[in-house]
Ligand binder design. Structure first.
Ligand SMILES: NC(=O)c1ccc[n+]([C@@H]2O[C@H](COP(=O)([O-])OP(=O)(O)OC[C@H]3O[C@@H](n4cnc5c(N)ncnc54)[C@H](OP(=O)(O)O)[C@@H]3O)[C@@H](O)[C@H]2O)c1
Length: 285
């Protein structure tokens, strides 16, 4: 019998994106320790399998599997959801964790890179997995946003379909993280009456690979600055995934407690507009 078969079939099931490094990797560990079967939806099989080997060394009974996922491509997102659904009918926990900042360009479907990966990819993935989520007893969707949303004063819709323009991609990243918070709150509005709870969060400022696109001259800031470890960075994700009350659905967290995001992130009309436009965009493909 394989180690996977040894796990109780009633164990809760989680899917997390961008789990091969950084915050995601330590979030997986926390989930495994709480008895979850975890699907790690990531771009690179090689990087993910290396992490799985490391996890199994310290947690030999862990149930962890790689699912291919490139959030910059709708077809890959749809295939990822299909592969999951071939194996599981129900999903207890979805963690939209993967993210890019400072990577410039367009996704395959022509969205600005940060908006396309951080928001559109996760919007589509959540949509494709919704039936499986709603089959779970008390499903949750956790979306890793950022305090960087504080630098976005709304969404300029015309820029969403243009290549990344801002210096270092910072402004575009801020907009994508504003979109993460608006998405999470609208998701709660649309589905909380069916039992789904949603959370968005700022994980802290983390010494992870996230900074890989910074110009080399700025790297010492990351190396010597007051950043926290990826393990510490996973704490708020794990709090939202495992311990936050279901009644707190739709809120934004930092340091494992509810925080007030900006007035733009609390704008119900903007949240609805983003939802409607995103729904239209995924229909067009
Ligand atoms: N680090 C911080 O200070 C900080 C602060 C606030 C919020 N956040 C947010 O926290 C989350 C995790 O960041 P992190 O610090 O752990 O960064 P990280 O170490 O760079 O990890 C990011 C993960 O996202 C994956 N990813 C990137 N583009 C992808 C794509 N197109 N499709 C699928 N996966 C993709 C990466 O995969 P590859 O390894 O294949 O590239 C990696 O697994 C992100 O949403 C980020 O915006 C981070």
């Amino acid at each position: 019998m394989s180690h996977a078969e040894l796990i109780d079939s009633s164990a809760p099931v989680a899917l997390i994106t961008g789990a091969n490094t950084g915050i995601g990797r330590y979030t997986v560990l926390g989930l495994v320790e709480r008895g979850y079967k975890v699907y790690m939806a990531c771009r690179s099989e090689e990087k993910t399998q290396a992490v799985i080997v490391e996890i199994l060394k310290t947690h030999p009974n862990a149930w962890v599997q790689w699912l291919p996922l490139d959030l910059a491509n709708f077809s890959s997102v749809q295939d990822c959801a299909k592969s999951f659904l071939l194996n599981q009918s129900q999903l207890d926990l979805l963690i939209n964790n993967a993210g890019v900042g400072g990577e410039k360009g367009l996704t395959i479907q022509g969205f600005e890179m940060a908006f396309g990966v951080n928001h559109m990819g996760h919007f589509l993935l959540t949509h494709c997995l919704m039936d499986a989520l709603l089959r779970a007893r008390a499903p949750r969707v956790v979306t890793v946003a950022s305090n960087a949303h504080r630098f976005a004063w709304g969404i300029n819709w015309s820029k969403i379909r243009q290549e990344t323009r801002s210096i270092l991609g910072a402004k575009d990243y801020a907009v994508s993280k504003l979109a993460n918070i608006l998405f999470s709150s609208q998701l709660s509005k649309n589905y909380s009456h069916l039992g789904l709870s949603t959370y968005s969060l700022h994980p802290g400022v983390i010494r992870s690979e996230f900074w890989r696109h910074l110009p080399p001259g700025l790297m010492p800031l990351i190396k010597w600055g007051p950043l926290i470890s990826p393990q510490q960075g996973a704490c708020t994700s794990l709090h939202c995934a495992l311990d936050a009350p279901h009644s707190e659905t739709g809120f934004f967290y930092a340091n494992s407690s509810i925080k007030k995001p900006t007035v733009f992130a609390r704008n119900e009309y903007l949240a609805l507009e983003l939802w409607e436009k995103s729904s239209e965009w995924i229909k067009r493909g």
